[in-house]
Design a protein around this ligand. Structure first.
Ligand code: SF4
Length: 253
């Protein structure tokens, strides 16, 4: 979050402002509903219960209704969630021999700060490697197969080690909407770089004084702090940001 919008990070983690129920984002509700559903589904070991119908019913019993404009919109999102889960059920890319963690909040004392985060799923693969996967419910795939160390990765590596006393061999991002999983290998060679990346980000946060906004066209619909953020409707800032982030080398013209 610090990377995508420093102001949002400040609202959440420094000012500790809780988003009001009224301003809850439908995307947040949608994402949390799917996460809770998969967490419970991943705990089931009895094949007779682990059915598509029960997966769908778990979605219904874990559905968060806040944030939708009206019943029609809520229904559309519900149908989309059912489709995502059906695709997952028919072709899960995170097949496990044994599940070790599901949707677990883990804390680790780093001395200067407390690292915390939720691990969506930690599991032993058929080759006995430990994999930590993070479910993504948004539409945009932000990682590629050769993605570099981002902030999430060291968090998962260290939290997994804290909870299981073992570094994972793989950290993956599972884009459920596309049923696409992107893996990153963790090994002795890159573990130090992973830990260094975390400290680098910690120092960036520690030395940040202004926490600038980074508005985009989705602020109003997806940021739970848009009602208190002065930049959420600033069209000039939104367009200037879009232009600033444009990578000209990607285009043929
Ligand atoms: S509304 Fe946009 S700019 Fe403001 S805090 Fe949220 S994400 Fe950042």
């Amino acid at each position: 979050m610090f990377k995508t919008c420093k102001r949002k990070f400040k609202y959440r983690y420094i000012d500790k402002i809780k988003p009001s129920t009224q301003s809850s984002s439908k995307y947040l509700s949608f994402g949390q509903s799917i996460h809770k559903t998969l967490s419970k589904f991943n705990k089931i070991t009895d094949k007779n219960i682990k059915t598509l119908n029960n997966l769908h019913n778990l979605l219904r019993s874990n559905w968060i209704r806040e944030g939708y404009r009206d019943k029609d919109e809520e229904r559309d999102f519900g149908l989309k969630a059912l489709k995502i889960l059906t695709n997952y059920f028919n072709n899960p890319l995170d097949k496990h021999k044994k599940v070790l963690i599901t949707e677990k909040m883990i804390y680790k004392d780093m001395g200067e700060f407390i690292l915390c985060g939720i691990i969506d799923k930690g599991f032993l693969r058929s080759d006995n490697k430990l994999e930590i996967t993070d479910y993504k419910t948004g539409g945009i795939v932000t990682h590629s197969n050769d993605f570099q160390i981002d902030l999430q990765l060291p968090i998962y590596v260290l939290l997994a080690e804290e909870y299981l006393s073992k570094y994972p061999s793989i950290v993956s991002y599972y884009y459920l909407l596309h049923n696409k999983k992107i893996d990153r290998e963790v090994n002795n060679k890159n573990i130090n770089a992973i830990i260094e990346a975390l400290w680098k980000r910690f120092n960036e946060i520690k030395n940040e004084n202004t926490f600038p906004c980074n508005p985009n066209e989705y602020c109003l619909s997806s940021c739970e702090y848009s009602s208190i953020c002065e930049e959420s409707t600033n069209e000039n800032a939104i367009i200037a940001n879009e232009l600033k982030n444009l990578d000209n080398s990607k285009y043929l013209f």
